[in-house]
Structure formats: structure tokens, C-alpha cells
Design a protein around this ligand. Structure first.
Ligand code: AMP
Ligand code: MG
Length: 298
């Protein structure tokens, strides 16, 4: 019986591109990294243009799909306790929704669980801030995706002065302990901070205002948040500094070029899934004997 190995795809049109492990290394947050100083137009690990980037991403989707199927198949055995949780954070219009659509959208919906977190509802607000998060965790064998997350309870809470500083500051430890408990239970937490320039955001918000089909993505509060650009930069920096852990690393992804961010995140996911060493589960039957029975039944 043929077992397909998890492979890195061939180079798209011979465009030099870094391996999943290398892309992950390049984008992984490091102590001392200045978030506000990141070149948001850069394409670390990819030397090619938009067309080449899109082509490479299409090929990568195949690899990611294969790995996801392995994850899913293993969970069907009932004794498998591994899942992956992708946490997406970033300013308004940084491309979180696009990642859900183009990266996660390439996977079989069977094994994916997506949750978007907006302003807490009355019921959510009447619970511990992790209550709504727990309810959306991926089951084993699944890839979970959070479009915003528990980090809003630090970021939005801080920027919009929703709770006293003592409260949101205390959440760094709470979140670190929470994510450590996830890692201990087999959930690989991969956190992505998308970063765009102020100019790029202006273009994207203008587009949202000028196009009727994009009005639903716009909120007047986006402009207010934009006016606090530097304070947000500081809040993101603090989140990175205080919650980047080996068991739940942050990746800082330049996102002015949407195609790059999507390619890079796919590679990061491939890297994390490859590290899970996902073999195809063996059946509880003898395939040769079953084949013989099948033939006999013709
Ligand atoms: P969007 O992602 O564009 O749909 O916007 C969702 C909005 O909900 C953003 O402005 C977030 O800051 C806000 N939000 C998400 N989670 C929280 C939270 N825990 N507390 C306050 N605001 C939140
Ligand atoms: Mg928004």
C-alpha cells in the first residue's frame, strides 16, 4: 500500500523560496524585535513577484491539505490527541479575513473550525473572558482558526479603556497559563501578528468606503483606532514581548502584500504540522483479506 510522504512542493517556476522551517524561523518573533520597525512590504523567504507568489501558494495548499487530512484521519482512531490552533491578530484591514478565506479556505471544511471574535455579547461579557474562547477550541484532529482572539481582552480592553489597567495587565499571565495548558493537552498554538503600514491601511479603508460591496467590512471606529496608531503599536509590542513562548510562539508577518502573507502563513502551518510527524493511521483490518473478499463479492 502506497503511503505518500509529506513533501515540500517543488519550486514554482524556479522562484527561490525558503522552506517551511526557514520561513518560520525568519518570521518568528525574537526578543528585542521592534514591531513598529518591521518592513511591512518585505517578503522574507520569497524572491518573486505577486504572480509567482500566488502560484507558489497554490502548490503549497496541496501540501497543507495533505497534512490536514492526516491530522483528521488520525483523530478518527479515537486515541489521538493533537490539534492546531491558528490565532490571527492585527490591525483593522490587515488581512485576517483574507487568510481565513484563502489559506484555511483551501482545506476540507470537515476538519476546520473557524471562530471570529467581535465585541463581546451581553452573555459573553457576563462570563470570564476565556469562556467564549474555550467554547471555540478545535477538537482533536481539527485545525482551529481564531479571527481575533483572547488577545482582544488585552488589546481592545487597554486601548478602549474597558477595564482598569490592573485587570488587562493581569491577563498576560492568565493567557500564558491558558496557552500552556493547551500545549500540554496537545493543541499546537500558532500565533500570527499581521502587520501593515499606515499608508496601506488608508488605502484599504478607502477602498472599503468607496465600494458598496465592502461597506460591511468598515466600522467608523476603524478611523478612531487609526488615530491611535502609535499607542496600538506599543500595545502590540507589549503583547509580543510578554506572550511569545516556545509553547505558543508569535510570528510577525509583513502583510502589505496580501499574497505574501498568505504564502508565508501557509508555510508556517505546514512547518507546524510536519513537526507533528503525522503518519497515516493503520486500519483495524487486513487490507489483503478485505480485497480478496471484495473480489469474491463481484
Ligand atoms: P472585526 O474583526 O472588524 O469584525 O471587528 C471586531 C471588533 O470587535 C474589533 O474592533 C475588536 O477590537 C472588537 N473586539 C473583539 N474582541 C473584543 C473584546 N474582547 N473586547 C472588546 N472589543 C473586542
Ligand atoms: Mg474591522
Amino acid at each position: 500500500m502506497e503511503i505518500r510522504p509529506a513533501v515540500v512542493p517543488p519550486l514554482a517556476d524556479n522562484v527561490p523560496q525558503a522552506s517551511p522551517a526557514e520561513v518560520s524561523r525568519l518570521l518568528r518573533f525574537r526578543k528585542g524585535l521592534d514591531f513598529g520597525g518591521v518592513d511591512t512590504r518585505a517578503t522574507p523567504g520569497f524572491e518573486g513577484d505577486k504572480l509567482a507568489g500566488r502560484a507558489a501558494h497554490v502548490l503549497d495548499n496541496e501540501v497543507l491539505s495533505d497534512l490536514q487530512e492526516r491530522l483528521f484521519a488520525n483523530a478518527r482512531t479515537g486515541k489521538f490527541v493533537k490539534a492546531l490552533l491558528l490565532v490571527l491578530q492585527g490591525r483593522d484591514s490587515s488581512g485576517k479575513g483574507g487568510v481565513v478565506k484563502h489559506v484555511v479556505g483551501a482545506l476540507s471544511p470537515h476538519g476546520v473550525h473557524v471562530a471570529a471574535f467581535g465585541v463581546p455579547t451581553e452573555e459573553e461579557a457576563s462570563h470570564h473572558f476565556l469562556w467564549r474562547i474555550y467554547r471555540e477550541l478545535p477538537r482533536y484532529g481539527h485545525i482551529g482558526v481564531f479571527d481575533r482572539s483572547h488577545y482582544e481582552d488585552i488589546l481592545a480592553a487597554r486601548m478602549h479603556r474597558l477595564v482598569p489597567p490592573k485587570v488587562w495587565k493581569g491577563r498576560y499571565d492568565t493567557v500564558n497559563e491558558f496557552e500552556e495548558s493547551l500545549a500540554d493537552s496537545g493543541i499546537d498554538v500558532v500565533k500570527v501578528m499581521l502587520t501593515i503600514s499606515k499608508e496601506e491601511q488608508a488605502e484599504r479603508l478607502r477602498d472599503r468606503l468607496e465600494r458598496a460591496d465592502k461597506h460591511w467590512k468598515f466600522a467608523p471606529s476603524d478611523i478612531a483606532d487609526r488615530e491611535n496608531w502609535d499607542a496600538y503599536t506599543e500595545a502590540f509590542q507589549d503583547v509580543l514581548d510578554r506572550t511569545h513562548k516556545d509553547h505558543a510562539p508569535w510570528y510577525v508577518v509583513p502583510a502589505d502584500r496580501k499574497w505574501y502573507a498568505r504564502w508565508a502563513i501557509t508555510r508556517i502551518l505546514v512547518h507546524h504540522l510536519e513537526r507533528m510527524d503525522l503518519a497515516w493511521p493503520t486500519g483495524s483490518f487486513d487490507p489483503e483479506a478485505e480485497l480478496a473478499r471484495l473480489e469474491a463479492s463481484r
